[in-house]
Design a protein around this ligand. Structure first.
Ligand SMILES: C[S@@+](CC[C@H](N)C(=O)[O-])C[C@H]1O[C@@H](n2cnc3c(N)ncnc32)[C@H](O)[C@@H]1O
Length: 246
C-alpha cells in the first residue's frame, strides 16, 4: 500500500525566539509550497514573525488569514461564532483547494498547535480529508517559566491552566486549591485575573510574563505591576508551585 505524502501541516514554531524551533518545524518551513498564518487586519501575525528567521517574504507563497473579529466581541457571544464559523469554513475550503492542486500547505502556529491554537479549527475540518501532520513545539507558558527562572511544578504539585477570559468567580474557583497555575489570554482581563489570584491566595507568588523569549520580553512579579498596567494579549501569568524539594 502506498503511503500518502503529507500535504497539510500544523507547524508549531515555539514561543518566539526562533532558536527554540524544532528541526522538524524548520524543515517543513523551508519546503512547504504555501505558508499560512493568522493575523489581525493590518498586522503581521506573531507566528509569521517567528518564521522570518528562516524564510523571506515571497507573496506567491504566503496565505494570510485575516480574522474578521478578535477581541472586539466576547467569545461566548453568539455574534462571535457567527463571524468566526464562516471565516474558518472559507479558510478550510481555500486550503483544501491548494492541497487538491498538489501543493503542500503549512499553517504557522505560535507555540504548540494543539494548545489553544486557532489552527485546531482548520485541523478538525480537514484532518479526515487530507494526510495531515501536526508538528509540536515549545509552548508560550514553557518559554515563560523558563525565562522567569521559575520551575513550575515540584514533586506532586498540581498545575492548573486557565484562560483569563473566564468570569472572575470561575477563575477564583479554578485557582483555589491548586499548587501551581498558568493564566493565559491576559490582555484587558488582567484586573479581573489579579483579583481572582488575590482571593485564591496566589497573588504574592504570581509572575507576569509578556512576550516570553522575544526581543521585547518583560518579566515582573505581579504584585509590582501597576494597578492600571495595560497588558497586551501576548502575556500570561505563572504561579510556580512550592512542592517537594529533596
Ligand atoms: C491563542 S493562545 C496560543 C497559545 C500557544 N499555542 C502556545 O502554545 O503557547 C495565545 C495566548 O498564549 C499566551 N502566550 C503564547 N506565547 C506567549 C509568549 N511568548 N509570551 C507570553 N504569552 C504567550 C498568551 O497568554 C496569549 O494570550
Amino acid at each position: 500500500m502506498t503511503k500518502h505524502p503529507i500535504r497539510f501541516f500544523g507547524l508549531g514554531l515555539g514561543p518566539g525566539d526562533p532558536d527554540y524551533m524544532t528541526v522538524r518545524a524548520r524543515k517543513v518551513l523551508e519546503s512547504a509550497d504555501r505558508l499560512v498564518h493568522f493575523c489581525k487586519r493590518g498586522r503581521r501575525g506573531n507566528a509569521r514573525t517567528i518564521a522570518d528567521a528562516v524564510v523571506g517574504q515571497n507573496p506567491e507563497r504566503e496565505i494570510p488569514l485575516v480574522y474578521p473579529v478578535t477581541t472586539e466581541i466576547p467569545a461566548d457571544h453568539p455574534d462571535y461564532a457567527a463571524a468566526l464559523n464562516p471565516f474558518y469554513e472559507e479558510a478550510a475550503a481555500r486550503l483544501l483547494a491548494e492541497i487538491e492542486a498538489g501543493r503542500t500547505v503549512a499553517v504557522l502556529c505560535e507555540g504548540d498547535p494543539f494548545f489553544y491554537g486557532s489552527f485546531m479549527h482548520l485541523w478538525w475540518r480537514l484532518k479526515d480529508k487530507v494526510p495531515t501532520e501536526v508538528v509540536p513545539a515549545v509552548s508560550g507558558m514553557s518559554g515563560a517559566w523558563t525565562r522567569a527562572g521559575a520551575p513550575i511544578t515540584w514533586g506532586d504539585d498540581v498545575l492548573t491552566v486557565v484562560p483569563g477570559t473566564l468570569p472572575e468567580a470561575e477563575l477564583t474557583r479554578r485557582l483555589s486549591g491548586t499548587d501551581a497555575a498558568v493564566v493565559m489570554k491576559l490582555g484587558r482581563n488582567l484586573p479581573k485575573v489579579r483579583a481572582a489570584l488575590a482571593t485564591a491566595g496566589l497573588l504574592e507568588r504570581a509572575i507576569y510574563v509578556e512576550r516570553a523569549t522575544m526581543a521585547e520580553e518583560k518579566i515582573v512579579p505581579l504584585p509590582d505591576l501597576p494597578q492600571d498596567f495595560d497588558a497586551p494579549y501576548f502575556s500570561l501569568i505563572i504561579v510556580p508551585g512550592q512542592g517537594r524539594r529533596v
